[in-house]
Design a protein around this ligand. Structure first.
Ligand code: GTP
Ligand code: MG
Length: 447
């Protein structure tokens, strides 16, 4: 943190402008030593200054330099941003000069890491900076922005406050049992308080599923017998002939994937090999992959052929997929109906693109995609946060179990404190250096 760090913040390549970012105690002094224009050590904070970058007597570029003095900056340190002309030679040259004058090259994410270590942002906000940069869908961007505003961090802090109140009451009772005017902590008043907190954590955990759908995208497997039209459906949704379609049963032998966005969500369609008993080695592997895709998918579209009777295999397939992730699409409605199905289905055909909008609607409704986006979107956004939340919840359950068993209160308190600490790890209130290093190493250089 003593070092003054620098990095090229824009992507390396030819462009109109590049930004080289500098942060630290000597940022302004170092940049000023390369600059001809107004004296940067004297200019007001948060100003943009016009001039030239020099390497001794040689002009390197005509630039605009933003000077932002601590503490109202990204890192809370002095920050200088050099807007140079875009392009590899200029940006590398400016970076070289900064390094010569005593800056150190920033590690990936080091500017954001400093913002965290200097206390400007908590860990959930830091993570959302990276999520925002990597967002591929509207939903991802919205969630990241929401967490960047601190909604998730606030919600966790509020729950931690409730836990601290409980902990303080227990402490007073342990330390001053002889005082009569303090609230005596009894199981009767402790249990409802802890149950309320437990409920709040459970709701948060349920909602974290929404965060997962937003960030990882939604996997939709298209499955069924050979030749029912699975690949035709995939091609329809992707708007290209990605998968080969023929009238030969067993055309698709490996998984074919393609992505679209639907209602702002990233959707990954997985077209699978038609499942049937087969002796063909390649097809057999394909069939195994299809089964795996069914198990891992968020939604399974079971495609049936309107023109053929329901087979035993198809009846079993329908039964094997839980209703909350199953959509039955009866394809080839342009052909004579020979099929009977008892379960709910959507009818259509890929020849006339009929019923395929209803199929889309079915996906949106099945996953409640609209309400995920209209809710306040305070969702956990990654596996690290969710794992800690689960652990905190388990600790709290442990405390409640122990209260039930009439275990002494000071032992119960250990689990409660543990839950409080684990939630603190989500926001980075408590953290291990190693975790912080790994987390920020996933960031871009210059962020
Ligand atoms: N009549 C009619 N034919 C269709 C329809 N959809 C697809 N087909 C035809 O059915 C045949 C099989 O289509 P595919 O999309 O390859 O079927 P699949 O389920 O991917 O087949 P496999 O990859 O072998 O498992 C092709 O000849 C398609 O043109 C439809 O709605 N109506
Ligand atoms: Mg196919």
């Amino acid at each position: 943190m003593e070092d003054t760090i620098c990095a090229i913040a824009t992507s390396l390549g030819v462009g109109a402008i590049s930004i080289i970012r500098v942060s630290g105690m000597s940022a302004i002094k170092i940049v000023n030593s390369l600059f001809k224009g107004p004296n940067l050590t004297k200019v007001a904070s948060h100003t943009i200054n016009y001039g030239y970058i020099y390497d001794n007597d040689e002009v390197i570029d005509e630039v605009l330099i933003s000077v932002m003095r601590a503490p109202k900056t990204y890192t809370i340190e002095d920050v200088v941003e050099i807007n140079s002309h875009g392009g590899l030679n200029i940006t590398n040259k400016v970076l070289e000069l900064l390094l010569e004058k005593g800056c150190r090259l920033a590690e990936p994410g080091e500017f954001t890491k400093r913002a965290f270590l200097n206390g400007r942002i908590d860990l959930t906000k830091a993570e959302s900076v990276n999520d925002l940069i990597n967002a591929k869908s509207d939903a991802q961007r919205k969630l990241a922005l929401n967490n960047l505003k601190g909604k998730l961090g606030n919600e966790i802090n509020n729950i931690r406050k409730e836990i601290v109140t409980v902990m303080a009451n227990i402490e007073v009772n342990i330390d001053y049992p002889e005082y009569e005017d303090i609230n005596v902590v009894t199981n009767e008043n402790l249990i409802p308080q802890l149950k309320k907190i437990k409920k709040e954590l459970e709701v948060m955990l349920q909602n974290s599923q929404n965060g997962r759908l937003i960030n990882e995208g939604i996997n939709i497997a298209i499955v069924g017998k050979p030749n029912v039209g699975k690949s035709s459906i995939l091609n329809h949704f992707l708007g290209t002939d990605k998968a080969i379609v023929t009238d030969i049963a067993g055309t698709t032998r490996d998984i074919v994937e393609g992505q679209i966005t639907l209602e702002g969500f990233l959707i990954n369609f997985i077209d699978t090999a038609g499942i049937r008993e087969t002796l063909d080695v390649v097809e057999k592997i394909g069939v195994e992959k299809s089964k795996k895709a069914i198990a891992e998918a968020d939604i399974v579209i079971i495609v049936l052929n309107n023109n053929e009777k329901l087979s035993t295999y198809e009846r079993d397939l329908i039964k094997s997929v839980p209703e909350e992730k199953r959509i039955i699409f009866v394809n080839k409605s342009d052909l004579v109906n020979n099929l009977e199905v008892e379960d709910d289905y959507i009818l259509g055909n890929t020849m006339e693109s009929s019923g395929l909008d209803s199929l889309k609607r079915g996906i949106i409704d099945k996953l409640h995609l609209e309400s995920i986006l209209t809710k306040d979107m305070t969702y956990m956004s990654n596996a690290r946060q969710i794992a800690l939340l689960k652990k905190a919840l388990n600790s709290l359950k442990g405390a409640l179990d122990n209260l039930d068993k009439k275990i002494p209160i000071d032992i119960v308190e250990i689990d409660i404190t543990n839950a409080w600490n684990l939630l603190g790890e989500i926001t980075g209130e408590t953290y291990q250096d190693e975790l912080i290093d790994t987390l920020f190493s996933n960031f871009c250089v210059g962020k």
